[in-house]
Unconditional design. Structure first.
Lengths: 112, 114
């Protein structure tokens, strides 16, 4: 299975703290994507890291990729209550068209 | 707004009835996907279209499910003889370009079978 498996399943932090979510995957990737889902905006793409990249930044987001360990992490710095959502790591590499295969996700709760 | 649009947003139906959902992807996107999501789970892949051709169907998609994309633009997902286990959020996504590019998701259709 290409399914990413996120860890932890749930994370609860205070506003201003950093949140780190981890993901492991089983097969080789073309790229790894992170998505966020909340009730207001639905499922939204956050960041994409290619298999030949080790780290990528976007605003308060930092993603790392370790292909030797088949793992990735998403760091959200200076979290806000609006970051409360489910976060999914998605493997997009297993088919010719890049089917997205989701894990169960990490539920992040940021308390104001 | 040029995002992915799904209709209806909510559907309540009695067991045994047929339902049809519609998805309008972003206009220049040639790839369209349907996913199903139940509470506490990540989205599960159902099927994929490239233009009007349905190129992959998940084993999750029983014979009661059919999807079309007749002119390579909008798509419909029909569920016949609905069962309570079909209750879920049905998500549509679209993209184009190279392998594994970012996908844009609609807000979904929440189906409740009573």
């Amino acid at each position: 299975s290409q399914q990413g498996e996120e860890d932890p399943q749930a994370l609860s932090i205070q506003e201003g703290e950093n949140a780190t979510m981890n993901c492991s995957y089983k097969t080789s990737i073309n790229n790894l994507q992170w998505y966020r889902q909340n009730s207001g905006r639905g499922l939204v793409h956050l960041i994409l890291i290619r298999s030949n990249e080790r780290e990528k930044h976007s605003g308060r987001l930092r993603v790392t990729l370790d292909t030797s360990k088949k793992s990735s992490s998403l760091l959200i710095t200076a979290s806000r209550a609006a970051d409360t959502a489910s976060y999914f790591c998605v493997n997009a590499g297993g088919t010719s068209y890049g089917k997205l295969t989701f894990g169960q996700g990490t539920i992040l709760t940021v308390h104001p | 707004d040029t995002g992915v649009s799904q209709d209806p947003r909510h559907k309540i139906t009695k067991r045994g009835q047929n339902v049809t959902f519609r998805c309008d992807p972003i206009s220049e996107h040639n790839r369209l996907y349907w996913y199903r999501q139940t509470l506490g789970q990540g989205p599960e892949f159902l099927t994929y279209f490239q233009n009007e051709a349905q190129l992959e169907k998940s084993r999750l998609l029983s014979d009661r499910f059919s999807a079309e994309r007749p002119k390579g633009s909008f798509s419909t997902l029909e569920i016949q003889r609905t069962e309570q286990g079909d209750s879920a959020m049905y998500l549509c996504a679209s993209n184009s370009g190279g392998r594994g590019t970012e996908a844009f998701f609609g807000q979904g259709t929440r189906l409740t079978v009573v």
